[in-house]
Unconditional design. Sequence first.
Length: 177
Amino acid sequence: MKYFIGVVPSDEYKKKIIGFQQKWKNHWITDVVEPHITLKAQGGLTPDKEWIIKVKEICNNCSPFTISVNKPTFFGEDILYLSATSNELYKLHLNVVEKISPSDDLIKKYFELDDFIPHMTLGKTYFGLSKQELQEMAKLAEEELSPYPTIEVNFIRIYQEVEPLKYVKYLDIPLSK
C-alpha cells in the first residue's frame, strides 16, 4: 500500500479542474486521483500506518490557513501545473517530513524539503498528453481556470493507492489549533 498527503481545493473548483482536464480525450489523470496539492509524498508513509499518529499530532497544533493558487507553470516540458503559494503550507510540509523522517534518498526522490514546490497538476505526458497538448492546455488554463482561488485549508487528506495508479481518499485530518 502506498499513501500520500494532500490539500484539496473546494468542491466547486475541483469540479472545474476535472472538467477542464477531461477536455483532452486521451488524458487519464482524472482516473488516477482528484485535483490536490501534495503536502507529503509517499516516502516514509509505511503500510503499518504508525505515521498517521504523528500527522494527527502535527495537525492538532496547526491552525487553518490559506493557499493562493496561481498561473499555470511547467516542470520541464512534461508536467503542467497551477502554482500555489503559502508560507503555512511550507511550514506544515517541513513539520510532517521532519516528524516522519524519510531517508535522504526518499526526500530527494519525492522533491521534499528544499526541493518542495507546492502545485496542483493539470496534465502530464505520462497520463496521455503530448507536449503540444500541454502547451495548448497551458494557454487555455489561463482563460478557463482564472480567477485563481484561495484555498481555505481546514484539513488535510491522506490518499491510499487501491490499485496501481489509483489513489482514493483514506482519511481526512482536521487542523484544530
